[in-house]
Design a protein around this ligand. Structure first.
Ligand SMILES: Cc1cc2nc3c(=O)[nH]c(=O)nc-3n(C[C@H](O)[C@H](O)[C@H](O)COP(=O)(O)O)c2cc1C
Length: 340
């Protein structure tokens, strides 16, 4: 039924309902599950209670943290938040590519601005889950001033987020992806140095799947130089033949996976963690990411198509996987992986 409505209207209705109605009991996180079995330790000190998180963009305004954190999500990433409220692009701006289990969106960081979102966060409960906050510049902020937006946002959110994300990879804010270029990105990291010293919190940078290899090499170099916690790979991809905006889901699986693989190879032996996102839709995808050297992932589009059952299924598959691996916790598997 929800799939017959306009996608954004269905999305908003769904979010309102989700905020009020609990899902099927079997998809609800049981506090007994808050044990070591599914927990994953990242190098930056964060401990995700489950290896799958909710990607940015679904709970843009942090209105539904209470609900999402009751599902089998190990982390909830809210945002993108901009300093000032903004409406985003004209509607329609969210489209289902149903045959391909994908989405096309050109939302453009519609959000209520940092002050409202901060209030929403502080009045929510994360139920022991990790909270990420994804930061972006306002559309009206010039490229030269973008760093100030990130600094302002860092200052506002560093005391309430478990991790923060510099988002420079959405295709829907004109010029945003240019900030991924080495010089521009370095300016942002330099501008963040002082506020990070005042209140250190793990900081990630989120990248696009459309970058050339050199681009990823530059991001890794800067992430090491400025002591980031890691890289979130990837955001949506541009596919002009599908329309204006960013594509997510199955259609970007291959491209996104290649970007992640390249980043995992580049960061092997460093303290950087790669958070995998883009076309992840099954335990098989999670397992492949583990085998390539990663630990935690996020989902968006597959969650829209499959709902909370996706997480429940991944949980069951993890149970089988741990038995096959002859270990009792995921952290034990990751240790064993390093040793072998
Ligand atoms: C409708 C929609 C809105 C999104 N909004 C954001 C956003 O505000 N900030 C962000 O960093 N990523 C955003 N994303 C990107 C997702 O977080 C994710 O990186 C991307 O969709 C790839 O993952 P997926 O294939 O599991 O959907 C959005 C994606 C969709 C489909």
């Amino acid at each position: 039924m929800a799939f017959k409505l306009d996608p954004e209207m269905a999305h908003n209705l769904g979010m309102d309902l989700l905020a009020k109605i609990p899902g099927p009991a079997s998809t609800i996180w049981n506090q007994n599950d808050l044990n070591e079995k599914y927990a994953v330790n990242l190098n930056c000190g964060l401990k995700w209670p489950f290896p799958v998180g909710l990607a940015a963009g679904l709970d843009k305004e942090a209105k539904t943290i209470d609900f999402f954190s009751k599902l089998y999500f190990g982390a909830i990433e809210v945002g993108t938040v901009t300093p000032k409220p903004q409406e985003g692009n004209p509607k329609p701006r969210l489209f289902r590519l149903k045959k391909d289990e994908s989405l096309l969106n050109r939302m453009g960081f519609n959000n209520a601005g940092m002050m409202t979102i901060k209030q929403n966060i502080t009045s929510s409960s994360t139920n022991g889950k990790i909270l990420g906050i994804n930061l972006g510049k306002n559309k009206t902020t010039s490229a030269e001033d973008a760093k100030q937006d990130y600094q302002t946002l860092y200052r506002e959110f560093s005391s309430i987020g478990d991790y923060l994300v510099v988002n420079v990879s959405s295709p829907n804010t004109p010029g945003l992806r240019d900030l991924q270029a080495k010089e521009s990105l370095e300016e942002i990291f330099v501008c963040l140095e002082n506020v990070r010293k005042e209140n250190p919190v793990p900081l990630f940078v989120k990248v696009s799947p459309d970058m050339a290899k050199q681009g990823y090499e530059d991001v890794v170099e800067l992430s090491l130089k400025y002591n980031l916690a890691g890289i979130i790979a990837t955001n949506t991809s541009i596919m002009p033949e599908r329309g204006l905006g960013g594509v997510s889901g199955e259609l970007i699986k291959k491209k996104s996976k290649e970007s992640r693989k390249y980043l995992l190879d580049l960061t092997k032996g460093t303290n950087l963690d790669i958070i995998g996102v883009g076309g992840i839709s099954s335990f098989q995808d999670v397992k492949e990411f583990w085998e390539a050297g990663g630990k935690v992932v996020q989902v968006y589009t597959s969650f829209i198509y499959q709902g909370p059952a996706l997480l429940k299924e991944i949980k069951c598959e993890i149970d089988n996987f741990l038995k096959d691996q002859d270990v009792s916790t995921l952290n034990e598997y990751f240790m064993k992986r390093i040793d072998s």
